[in-house]
Ligand binder design. Structure first.
Ligand SMILES: Nc1ncnc2c1ncn2[C@@H]1O[C@H](COP(=O)(O)OP(=O)(O)OP(=O)(O)O)[C@@H](O)[C@H]1O
Ligand code: NI
Length: 305
């Protein structure tokens, strides 16, 4: 930032994602979800730096050079459904021409089959074939979203990063899109889905990672998270309790400024369970970073329940 100030947008993120698996990444606006995805693709803003490793097979994505990322990673090994699809589509070309080009570049479809293959790709993301000859400025937000999803699915990449792929869609289209993304995982590929839509996350994810102020504070299996026994980090609990169909209780206060994070647990100021201990950073135990996690029921009790 200006004046040499640094902002830690993502800190100490660590997770694995296997073939056939979907991890949903959730958390409030500004907590670092998109920055994490951008880092994996080498698409961080110029003023940003990333340290550590992000291994895809033998390739360290954080160390790979631009040429490798451009030629072999983006679109081929990692597909992206971008967060701002209308900004991502080429404004001067129709959706059809962008889809045909992507099909030609990423699949072996012969020239004569391009038109049909592009239409099939559109269908996969519920993009109406009747709208294929439109330019991005002629699309609603939901249509642009579906066009971007169609483009991202073409390459059947081993890893798909979907950054809020259901924004602007009605519930039935959300379900349809999410189910198509699930099929991507079920075909033995990996899916990292960033979303604010917890119902969509529940529908698609095997595991859930919750971010707060740049850190993953809980990572756990989706059935335990959304069902019983529920989240163990107080922030993750509060996030679920804020849902209208649950307690509909807002989380008090605001997330901290990333440029001015407290020394210890960043959620402490808003947390009912906080104590003096929270002035230091909590260790991560069993996927949860908290000094006072909600206790997991004793294995015997939970099997009786
Ligand atoms: N180009 C940038 N320059 C400086 N800071 C940035 C830049 N991009 C992101 N940030 C910082 O990183 C933080 C995380 O941004 P990010 O876009 O990853 O949030 P997010 O979790 O994806 O939020 P949303 O749900 O709104 O998409 C922001 O709050 C901002 O402080
Ligand atoms: Ni984002």
């Amino acid at each position: 930032m200006r004046g040499g100030r640094e902002v830690a947008a993502v800190t100490d993120a660590s997770f694995e994602l296997g073939p056939g698996e979907c991890l949903a990444l959730i958390g409030e606006s500004g907590c670092g979800k998109s920055v994490l995805a951008s880092a994996l693709l080498g698409l961080l803003p110029r003023n940003a730096a990333a340290t550590g490793r992000a291994l895809m097979g033998d390739l360290d994505l954080l160390a790979a050079d631009e040429r490798t990322l451009a030629r072999t990673v983006r679109g081929r090994r990692i597909g992206l459904v971008p967060q701002s699809p209308s900004a991502h589509l080429t404004p001067v070309r129709t959706v059809r021409s962008q889809l045909e080009e992507t099909v030609r570049e990423l699949t072996g479809v012969p020239r004569a089959g391009l038109r049909a293959a592009a239409e099939a790709a559109a269908e996969r993301a519920a993009f109406p074939v009747s709208h294929l000859d439109r330019h991005s400025h002629q699309l609603s937000g939901g249509l642009a979203q579906r066009a971007a999803t169609a483009l991202a699915l073409v390459g059947d990449a081993p890893l798909l990063l979907a950054d809020e792929p259901t924004t602007g869609l009605d519930r039935d289209l959300v379900d349809r899109t999410v189910d198509e993304l699930r099929r991507h995982a079920d075909a033995g590929r990996a899916l990292l889905m960033i979303t604010h839509d917890l119902a969509a996350a529940r529908r698609v994810a095997d595991r859930v990672a919750v971010m707060y102020a740049g850190r993953i504070v809980e990572i756990t299996g989706a059935p335990a998270f959304f069902g019983e026994p529920g989240p163990r980090h107080p922030y993750a609990r509060a996030l679920l309790d804020a849902l209208p169909e649950r307690a509909f209780t807002p989380i008090p206060g605001m997330p901290p400024e990333l440029g001015d994070l407290p020394a210890g647990c960043a959620f402490a100021a808003r947390c009912a369970r906080a104590s003096d201990l929270c002035g230091t950073l909590p260790a991560t135990t069993d996927g949860v970073s908290c000094h006072h996690p909600v206790a997991r029921p004793h294995p015997e009790e939970s099997s009786r329940a």
